[in-house]
Write a protein that binds this ligand. Sequence first.
Ligand code: FAD
Length: 283
Amino acid sequence: MKPAAFEYRRVTTVAEAVKLLRETPDAKIIAGGQSLVPLMNFRLTRPSLLVDVNGVKALQHVGWDGAYLRIGSLVRHQQIADHAEIQKHFPVLTVAAKHIGHWAIRNRGTIGGSLAHADPASEWSAATVTLQAEIDVEGPQGIHMVPASEFFLGYYSTVVQPDELIVAVRIPYPKFRIGFAEMARRRGDFALAGAYVEDAGNGEGFVTWFGVADKPVRVPTLLPDNMETRREAWQQALETLAIADDSKPRLHLAVQMAERAWQHSRFDGARYLSEEAGGNQPL
Ligand SMILES: Cc1cc2nc3c(=O)[nH]c(=O)nc-3n(C[C@H](O)[C@H](O)[C@H](O)COP(=O)(O)OP(=O)(O)OC[C@H]3O[C@@H](n4cnc5c(N)ncnc54)[C@H](O)[C@@H]3O)c2cc1C
């Protein structure tokens, strides 16, 4: 299939992008195009105007903003995977990045596009909820910050308005050690189920599941030493969530991924990166 006809404008500033979005209500931002273009080719979406933000330098940086790591919305998945500062301070993001699609997709796809697309199985959506990140959104009224916990509304739906765009993600230094695990049918596919586990070191923590509900869900959890008790705690937590697919295999996978993520949270950064270097591991 080919997309329906559309106009195309390439901008160099956020202000230009906002102006065009405001003037054309069904316009869409194009960043990496890795989700939008397939949707357009299948004519599941037919924007009359594409606003290409790939020339906006202000959206392309990774750096510290006080106590926050600030990642511009146009930063590619692969840039995050390769970034030395991220490997050092947020190894869980390095590991998660390697699970996104294939190299060609990681090389074009952006963190802002991924968050805006809001696939419930997206690694970045769940990472921002886990890390209690803040998402900066700019529109005609200026920039406003949205906590990741309030950003996702459901399947492919966020609080971003048609005349707004995501400009950056700001991530506070993690309070706890965090592990990540996911299972996909094939390497490069979206996860069937995945989890990030934060271990506070006192037998408690949080688990964020993705791929099991209409958006990522972060819940407090007990992390006892006994594996059976841990699994029971996760089973119970999953049963209280309004998850989309509560079939036994999906729940089983979600528990397995929480267990694996918890194990990973106990590795130090270097071991974590080397253990996970191979991407998806067999169950
Ligand atoms: C085969 C395949 C496998 C994939 N596997 C995975 C996977 O395992 N995990 C995963 O998370 N993703 C996966 N993806 C999706 C990929 O990560 C995309 O890169 C991502 O979802 C969208 O990012 P993008 O920059 O390509 O956005 P685009 O495709 O350019 O845009 C996507 C949507 O976001 C909007 N948008 C883009 N940027 C902004 C912005 N700054 N502000 C507001 N709105 C914006 C667009 O208007 C559009 O609606 C896969 C894609 C493919 C084709």
